[in-house]
Design a protein around this ligand. Structure first.
Ligand SMILES: NC(=O)N[C@@H](O)C(=O)O
Ligand code: NI
Length: 166
């Protein structure tokens, strides 16, 4: 395998992640206060998009990954979005890439705040679920249906995330 290319992970922000998906986090102002004013509802935080299928909720019980982390491949789901909702205070590496004529462009790497959920938009190139340093359980909202909904791309030269730029 040829020597990996460097890739730095930066803190995930909604604005930088916007071309790839949604950061599911409280807004400055709740949509509405409910439950006798004891609960702030922040509505409709993610673009869910499923073709020829339906939304489903699955549980991913993912092993911990550690730095340095080798990014050998990304994948995408042409038929549906995919949301990862941590069921505990786990951080994740989120690797995404724009499409460049059917193959991924140079990837971006982010690290989530503990417990922060994300939603990948339909068809966005991304690394697989990567809990950082601690194994984690995640509720995953994605497409349940038949047909080809997984396309993988293995990089000719992998990327290596050696550090978090925090
Ligand atoms: N393959 C699968 O269900 N998981 C991946 O899509 C992933 O993004 O982790
Ligand atoms: Ni995926």
């Amino acid at each position: 395998m040829s020597s990996p290319l460097p890739l730095t992970a930066t803190p995930l922000t909604a604005s930088e992640f916007a071309p790839f998906g949604d950061v599911i986090e409280p807004r400055a102002t709740p949509t509405v206060m409910i439950n006798q004013g004891l609960c702030a509802r922040h509505s409709d935080l993610a673009l869910l998009d499923f073709a020829d299928g339906r939304a489903g909720i699955s549980l991913f019980d993912a092993q911990a990954r550690h730095l340095p982390h080798l990014v050998e491949m990304v994948e995408r789901h042409p038929l549906g979005s995919q949301a990862f909702i941590p069921l505990g205070p786990w951080r994740c590496l989120v690797i995404v890439a724009a499409d460049a004529g059917g193959v991924p462009d140079t990837p971006r790497a982010f690290v989530t705040e503990p417990g922060r959920a994300i939603n990948l938009h339909r068809g966005v190139w991304h690394g697989v679920l990567t809990p950082l340093d601690t194994a984690g359980q995640f509720a995953v909202v994605d497409r349940i249906g038949t047909g080809p909904n997984l396309e993988e791309h293995w990089f000719e030269r992998p990327y290596l995330i050696e550090a978090l730029e925090v």
